[in-house]
Design a binder for this molecule. Sequence first.
Ligand code: NAD
Length: 262
Amino acid sequence: MALDPLAIRLDDTVAVVTGAAQGIGAATAVALARFGADVAICDRNAAGLKETEAAIRDTGRRAFALELDVRDGAAVAGFLADARNELGPLGVLVNNAGGGFWAPFLDVRPRGQAALIEENFGSVTHVVRHGVPLMTDGGSIINVTSVEAFRAAPGFAVYAAMKAAVEQLSRSLALELSERRIRVNCVAPDAIPTPGDAELAFPHLDADPNQPSDHVLLGPPTKPPLNPQALVLHNPHPQDKELWAILLTSSDGLKAMAPNGH
Ligand SMILES: NC(=O)c1ccc[n+]([C@@H]2O[C@H](COP(=O)([O-])OP(=O)(O)OC[C@H]3O[C@@H](n4cnc5c(N)ncnc54)[C@H](O)[C@@H]3O)[C@@H](O)[C@H]2O)c1
């Protein structure tokens, strides 16, 4: 069921989306704007960022965009402060930037491991640490994790462990930030066809295309539908049901899904 933007308005809300140059982040940023939010976006891909910025403005909402690497805490702090100055107090933080590469764990060198940790966990802590002081009470933090946070992910062990770490971090933050009524939730997608997903290599699948589905990682040859069971909410609030659906809305084929999965 596609959601009607008129039914859920985010007017007067400022949302921040990391990794918004393409894929889930771009779709999320534009969807939030379509629902009435002004949106601050960042990414290390300047060209894609410009496209998303233009798409946000096309909805009639304000946009603020900055090229940066979310692993750089000082850059993230500057971006969030500028976003606050340009658009106003922050209401929603979407930690979407992340990713990884396929490699058996024993082939991952310390440098690669450090990059995966910063990319998928450090980036979230930077945004939360520097973003929460700029947030309105009653705001919402949404961390995009993965089904790999909950199941074995051979070839993506460190990535999966960091997504699980974000899930656990979110539980603690949900309680710590409850005094300010800031909600902290995770959205844990199954395979979603995005540019980043397409770039991943799956040699084991080439070897055995009939591999059972519980061995399938981010990008099986045949994409399964979005899995509503993958949604994990801590201290859920009614608005979150709408927001996660917005999160999974895309202009290029992803469908907004009702909370009951129909
Ligand atoms: N696509 C899937 O199947 C899938 C499944 C589960 C979870 N996820 C998660 O969803 C999120 C988005 O994935 P996607 O498939 O849209 O990926 P994508 O690669 O298509 O897009 C990710 C965007 O984030 C940006 N980005 C990545 N690292 C960055 C960094 N260090 N600094 C700044 N920008 C950075 C990239 O430039 C890109 O624009 C990720 O956290 C990913 O782990 C995706």
